[in-house]
Design a protein around this ligand. Structure first.
Ligand code: 7PJ
Length: 278
């Protein structure tokens, strides 16, 4: 999944693709580099950021989604937690709803996802973007996030969302301490028991900056290392900025891992691959 931020203030590429034509061109480039999904977002969720009104978000994302749709039949997701934005984005040709609040921000999001039959990404976040990095704590980060995601799966299913339309995301960097992010990536295979595809967003995030002491634009190698480990641990979708290098790294990692999976190593991934092979 390639990231397409149409915002003036996102943490790593804010402002770069704010202009509609540039954004469309960048999205198409990421598809040509091997992305299977482009995630279009019009509201920054970086720590400390304020929400933007729906009309602003709509003005940012709709022209980009319809522009992309004119040129490609590939999958487009919309990064929004507002039902109004999700409805309009799907009408313009988006396929997937990426809701970083896991259907909690807008009660109407449940019925929109159910009625449109669109796959929905449920992400864990402690607090809101404004507050999430104010001293988050967990007794057991894996257990707590799994319990939260399990609860949101049940809520979604109770409201008519199909099990096969649910994708889960532990929400790296969203109300997590440095060690929590490492623990989550290291133990991503624990989420396999929830029996849904797993998405993980590691790209250029601050845990990498903390290890290497480099700004977001110099976090490509750190992102690559995190991406490969995420795939070993069973991630199905990686949300990333630098599609070309990550695609190459993952293709090589998967070719090597396939033999290891065939040999019965990494059973968690083998099981999922067998039961969800497409
Ligand atoms: C994520 C996201 C993530 C999902 C952002 C950034 C911050 N959506 N939106 N998962 N992160 N599902 O691009 O680093 O990790 S915005």
């Amino acid at each position: 999944m390639g990231i397409l931020n149409v915002t003036p203030d996102s943490f790593s590429d804010g402002g770069l693709f704010f202009e509609k034509d540039k954004a469309i061109e960048h999205g198409l480039r990421m598809f040509s580099e091997g992305a299977n999904i482009i995630d279009v977002g019009g509201e920054s969720t970086r720590p400390g950021s304020d929400p933007v009104p729906a009309d602003v978000e709509l003005k940012r994302v709709l022209p980009v989604i319809s522009g992309l749709r004119k040129h490609t039949r590939n999958l487009i997701s919309v990064d929004t937690s507002k039902s109004e934005v999700a409805i309009a984005a799907l009408a313009e040709g988006a396929n997937i709803i990426n809701d970083v609040t896991a259907l909690r921000n807008d009660p109407k999001m449940l019925s929109v996802a159910a009625q449109t039959d669109a796959p929905v990404i449920l992400m864990h976040m402690k607090g809101t973007p404004k507050t999430m990095q104010r001293r988050p704590t967990y007794k057991n980060v894996i257990v707590e996030i799994k319990a939260f995601l399990e609860k949101q799966i049940q809520l979604a299913i109770k409201n008519g969302i199909k099990k096969e339309n649910i994708i889960l995301d532990p929400g790296i960097g969203f109300g997590k301490r440095f060690e929590d992010n490492l623990t989550l990536i290291r133990n991503l295979s624990d989420f396999a028991t929830l029996d849904q595809p797993i998405l993980v967003g590691i790209s250029r995030k601050s845990f990498i900056g903390k290890i290497l002491d480099v700004p977001p634009r110099e976090r490509e190698e750190g992102t690559l290392a995190s991406a490969v480990i995420s795939v070993i641990q069973g991630a199905h979708i990686l949300r990333v900025h630098d599609v070309a290098p990550i695609k190459r790294a993952i293709l090589v990692a998967e070719a090597i891992l396939d033999d290891m999976w065939a040999a019965g190593l990494f059973a968690h991934r083998g099981e999922f691959k067998r039961s969800h092979a497409n």
